[in-house]
Write a protein that binds this ligand. Structure first.
Ligand code: FES
Length: 106
């Protein structure tokens, strides 16, 4: 994705704006990215991607999404039509919002 591509399509929040917010504010949890122009508070499509970007920021990795804007928009249209995400959508990576433990974690 390029910096001016929108991550939150509902509120037109670009990758550049989210990067700037993460680097400037260093939010402890991904959900605080909503303070950046309401990102993630609409259809919820971008939430896993916002969590991924937050995890990248926390881990000191490049804050980026490895998906073309065309594919991102197409996947979001499918999500809005079906309510289902593609299987390669980033999963929960926020340490404050971990995936549920598996039955073998006991
Ligand atoms: S795309 Fe971000 S809330 Fe809909």
């Amino acid at each position: 994705m390029n910096p001016d591509d929108e991550v939150c399509l509902c509120f037109h929040v670009s990758l550049r704006k989210i990067r700037g917010y993460l680097l400037r504010e260093k939010p402890p949890v991904a959900s605080l990215i909503s303070e950046c122009l309401g990102a993630g508070t609409g259809c919820q499509w971008c939430v896993p991607f916002l969590k991924h970007l937050h995890a990248c920021s926390v881990e000191g990795k490049p804050i980026d999404l490895k998906i073309s804007p065309e594919q991102y928009i197409a996947d979001r249209l499918k999500y809005k039509a079906s309510g289902k995400r593609p299987t390669d959508t980033p999963g929960p990576a926020d340490p404050q919002d971990p995936a549920p433990p598996s039955p073998t974690d006991a």
